[in-house]
Design a protein around this ligand. Sequence first.
Ligand SMILES: Nc1ncnc2c1ncn2[C@@H]1O[C@H](COP(=O)(O)OP(=O)(O)OP(=O)(O)O)[C@@H](O)[C@H]1O
Ligand SMILES: [Mg+2]
Length: 231
Amino acid sequence: MLTVNALDHYYGQSHALRSVSIDVPAAACTSLMGRNGVGKTTLARCLMGLEIPRAGEMLFDQIPLEKHPAEYRAAAGIGYVPQGRQIFPLLSVEENIRTGFFAAKHSSNSIPQDIYDLFPVLAEMKNRRGGDLSGGQQQQLAIARALVIEPKLLILDEPAEGIQPSIVQEIADVITTLSRERNIAVLLIEQKLPFIRKVADRFAIMERGSIAARGGMDDLSDELVNQYLVV
Ligand SMILES: Nc1ncnc2c1ncn2[C@@H]1O[C@H](COP(=O)(O)OP(=O)(O)OP(=O)(O)O)[C@@H](O)[C@H]1O
Ligand SMILES: [Mg+2]
């Protein structure tokens, strides 16, 4: 579904992505791991057209994303849940979900029922303001907003960050449903190992802008965890 080849990105003189290559196939969850500041969010922002890489290619369904403007991503079927959620605190829950349509210039504006089936709490709270929700509920809202366009690829940037364990479990269940039952290609940027082990089928580890290791979850050894993940 998504293939990234030899991507390079700089912030000024600082070389933030160094020849990054990663595959994100459909119907599986690929976890991108790595300590703070290694370049995980930078990769997501390049994929979304929010940063312009200096070199390399990003093929989505064989289409080179780097040749298209940022608006193209959602329209083509890429959903994005940014780090820190970035919901609109003053808009209602329902209005927040609807903003997902604008990103894709979608003709429909009725929220598919299955979004509320995935997140029943959002149905209960649809007239409340986004800012009144707990952190975990806001994360669910950000995921719901990304799902209205029925993406083929969903990129989530640290969705378990600062969230209570019960909601982390609910989010894990949703990610599993999306990847294994709805065949979505999921790129999960994450540092929390128990969460990753619950939902991921494959992993890649970043270290200082490069991919240092990759494999199926069975290949994620204690050595790799100690070398690249434990702080
Ligand atoms: N807008 C920017 N301008 C300059 N440097 C930046 C910018 N954004 C990020 N960086 C730097 O690029 C490097 C990679 O940052 P990035 O946010 O991609 O890391 P990350 O792996 O997502 O970290 P975290 O786990 O803390 O979210 C860091 O050294 C960071 O300080
Ligand atoms: Mg980040």
